[in-house]
Write a protein of this length. Structure first.
Length: 178
Protein backbone atom coordinates (compact mmCIF):
# COMPACT_ATOMS: atom_id res chain seq x y z
CA UNK A 1 0.00 0.00 0.00
CA UNK A 2 1.51 3.38 -0.99
CA UNK A 3 2.36 5.83 1.71
CA UNK A 4 0.76 9.26 1.50
CA UNK A 5 2.31 12.58 2.29
CA UNK A 6 0.95 14.63 5.15
CA UNK A 7 0.77 17.76 3.00
CA UNK A 8 -1.48 16.40 0.26
CA UNK A 9 -3.48 13.33 -0.74
CA UNK A 10 -1.30 12.39 -3.71
CA UNK A 11 0.59 9.12 -3.45
CA UNK A 12 4.25 9.17 -2.47
CA UNK A 13 6.77 9.12 -5.29
CA UNK A 14 8.43 6.02 -6.68
CA UNK A 15 11.59 5.83 -8.78
CA UNK A 16 9.52 5.74 -11.98
CA UNK A 17 7.32 8.64 -10.89
CA UNK A 18 10.40 10.67 -9.93
CA UNK A 19 11.99 10.00 -13.34
CA UNK A 20 8.73 10.99 -15.06
CA UNK A 21 8.59 14.24 -13.08
CA UNK A 22 12.19 14.98 -14.08
CA UNK A 23 11.46 14.24 -17.74
CA UNK A 24 8.41 16.49 -17.72
CA UNK A 25 10.41 19.29 -16.07
CA UNK A 26 13.34 19.23 -18.49
CA UNK A 27 10.92 18.87 -21.40
CA UNK A 28 9.10 22.01 -20.37
CA UNK A 29 11.88 24.25 -19.04
CA UNK A 30 15.46 25.05 -19.97
CA UNK A 31 17.24 24.23 -16.75
CA UNK A 32 20.50 23.29 -15.10
CA UNK A 33 21.32 20.08 -13.25
CA UNK A 34 21.28 21.90 -9.89
CA UNK A 35 17.86 23.44 -10.58
CA UNK A 36 16.49 20.01 -11.53
CA UNK A 37 17.87 18.57 -8.30
CA UNK A 38 16.23 21.36 -6.25
CA UNK A 39 12.92 20.79 -8.04
CA UNK A 40 13.00 17.04 -7.40
CA UNK A 41 14.00 17.56 -3.76
CA UNK A 42 11.04 19.87 -3.28
CA UNK A 43 8.70 17.33 -4.87
CA UNK A 44 10.04 14.61 -2.58
CA UNK A 45 9.48 16.83 0.43
CA UNK A 46 5.92 17.60 -0.71
CA UNK A 47 4.88 14.05 -1.60
CA UNK A 48 7.21 11.74 0.28
CA UNK A 49 9.00 8.59 -0.90
CA UNK A 50 7.32 5.18 -1.24
CA UNK A 51 10.33 2.90 -1.72
CA UNK A 52 12.79 1.35 0.73
CA UNK A 53 15.98 2.59 -0.96
CA UNK A 54 16.48 6.34 -0.79
CA UNK A 55 16.23 8.24 -4.10
CA UNK A 56 19.46 9.29 -5.78
CA UNK A 57 18.55 12.62 -7.30
CA UNK A 58 22.14 13.49 -8.21
CA UNK A 59 22.49 10.25 -10.19
CA UNK A 60 19.26 11.01 -12.05
CA UNK A 61 20.52 14.50 -12.95
CA UNK A 62 23.87 13.01 -14.03
CA UNK A 63 22.06 10.49 -16.23
CA UNK A 64 20.02 13.27 -17.85
CA UNK A 65 23.26 15.15 -18.51
CA UNK A 66 24.75 12.02 -20.14
CA UNK A 67 21.67 11.69 -22.33
CA UNK A 68 21.96 15.33 -23.37
CA UNK A 69 18.73 16.45 -21.70
CA UNK A 70 20.73 18.85 -19.52
CA UNK A 71 23.68 20.99 -20.60
CA UNK A 72 24.82 23.47 -17.98
CA UNK A 73 27.20 25.32 -20.35
CA UNK A 74 24.48 25.82 -22.98
CA UNK A 75 22.02 26.85 -20.26
CA UNK A 76 24.54 29.40 -18.95
CA UNK A 77 25.08 30.89 -22.42
CA UNK A 78 21.32 31.06 -23.08
CA UNK A 79 20.47 32.61 -19.72
CA UNK A 80 23.39 35.06 -19.89
CA UNK A 81 22.37 36.23 -23.37
CA UNK A 82 18.75 36.65 -22.29
CA UNK A 83 19.74 38.67 -19.23
CA UNK A 84 22.05 40.82 -21.32
CA UNK A 85 19.27 41.57 -23.81
CA UNK A 86 17.24 42.86 -20.84
CA UNK A 87 20.05 45.30 -20.02
CA UNK A 88 21.68 43.43 -17.13
CA UNK A 89 25.43 43.46 -16.65
CA UNK A 90 28.07 40.80 -16.06
CA UNK A 91 27.87 41.04 -12.27
CA UNK A 92 24.17 40.28 -12.22
CA UNK A 93 24.61 37.47 -14.75
CA UNK A 94 27.43 35.95 -12.67
CA UNK A 95 25.20 35.98 -9.59
CA UNK A 96 22.23 34.43 -11.37
CA UNK A 97 24.31 31.64 -12.85
CA UNK A 98 25.88 30.90 -9.48
CA UNK A 99 22.41 30.79 -7.91
CA UNK A 100 21.35 28.33 -10.60
CA UNK A 101 24.22 26.06 -9.56
CA UNK A 102 26.30 26.49 -12.71
CA UNK A 103 29.94 25.54 -12.08
CA UNK A 104 32.66 28.09 -12.79
CA UNK A 105 33.99 26.31 -15.89
CA UNK A 106 30.48 26.08 -17.39
CA UNK A 107 29.73 29.76 -16.86
CA UNK A 108 33.04 31.01 -18.27
CA UNK A 109 31.86 31.42 -21.87
CA UNK A 110 28.63 33.10 -20.80
CA UNK A 111 30.52 35.59 -18.65
CA UNK A 112 33.02 36.29 -21.44
CA UNK A 113 30.12 37.04 -23.79
CA UNK A 114 28.50 39.25 -21.14
CA UNK A 115 31.73 41.19 -20.70
CA UNK A 116 32.09 41.61 -24.46
CA UNK A 117 28.55 42.93 -24.83
CA UNK A 118 28.44 45.04 -21.68
CA UNK A 119 28.20 48.34 -23.58
CA UNK A 120 25.16 47.16 -25.52
CA UNK A 121 23.53 45.92 -22.31
CA UNK A 122 24.17 49.30 -20.67
CA UNK A 123 22.64 51.00 -23.71
CA UNK A 124 19.53 48.84 -23.33
CA UNK A 125 19.22 49.69 -19.64
CA UNK A 126 19.71 53.42 -20.30
CA UNK A 127 17.05 53.34 -23.01
CA UNK A 128 14.56 51.45 -20.81
CA UNK A 129 15.10 53.77 -17.83
CA UNK A 130 15.46 56.95 -19.96
CA UNK A 131 18.86 57.72 -18.55
CA UNK A 132 21.64 59.86 -20.04
CA UNK A 133 21.27 60.20 -23.82
CA UNK A 134 17.68 58.95 -23.63
CA UNK A 135 16.60 61.52 -21.02
CA UNK A 136 14.71 64.65 -21.95
CA UNK A 137 16.93 66.85 -19.78
CA UNK A 138 20.12 66.55 -17.74
CA UNK A 139 19.33 65.06 -14.31
CA UNK A 140 20.40 66.79 -11.11
CA UNK A 141 22.96 65.23 -8.76
CA UNK A 142 20.52 63.30 -6.56
CA UNK A 143 18.78 61.75 -9.55
CA UNK A 144 22.12 60.86 -11.17
CA UNK A 145 23.18 59.07 -7.98
CA UNK A 146 19.98 57.02 -8.09
CA UNK A 147 20.57 56.25 -11.76
CA UNK A 148 24.11 55.08 -11.05
CA UNK A 149 22.74 52.89 -8.27
CA UNK A 150 20.27 51.38 -10.75
CA UNK A 151 23.12 50.55 -13.13
CA UNK A 152 25.17 48.97 -10.34
CA UNK A 153 22.19 46.92 -9.10
CA UNK A 154 21.74 45.72 -12.68
CA UNK A 155 25.29 44.34 -12.55
CA UNK A 156 27.22 47.02 -14.45
CA UNK A 157 30.56 48.33 -13.27
CA UNK A 158 30.79 51.85 -11.89
CA UNK A 159 32.75 53.29 -14.83
CA UNK A 160 30.13 52.13 -17.35
CA UNK A 161 27.31 53.40 -15.16
CA UNK A 162 28.92 56.78 -14.74
CA UNK A 163 29.59 57.16 -18.47
CA UNK A 164 25.94 56.54 -19.33
CA UNK A 165 24.44 58.57 -16.49
CA UNK A 166 26.62 61.60 -17.11
CA UNK A 167 25.97 61.63 -20.87
CA UNK A 168 23.97 64.64 -21.97
CA UNK A 169 20.56 64.04 -23.54
CA UNK A 170 20.95 63.06 -27.18
CA UNK A 171 24.73 62.58 -26.90
CA UNK A 172 25.91 59.00 -26.55
CA UNK A 173 28.99 58.22 -24.48
CA UNK A 174 32.06 56.92 -26.26
CA UNK A 175 32.43 53.18 -26.04
CA UNK A 176 35.06 52.24 -23.49
CA UNK A 177 36.65 48.81 -23.82
CA UNK A 178 38.53 47.92 -20.65
Amino acid sequence: MPRYSVQNKRPALTAAALRDLALAYVGRFATSAARLERYLSRKLKERGWAEEQEPDIAALAARFTELGYLDDAAYARMKGAAMQRRGLGAGRIRGALAADGIKEDDRGTALDEAQAGRWDAANTLARKKRIGPYALEQADRAVREKQIAAFVRAGHDFATARAWVEAAPGIFPERSEE
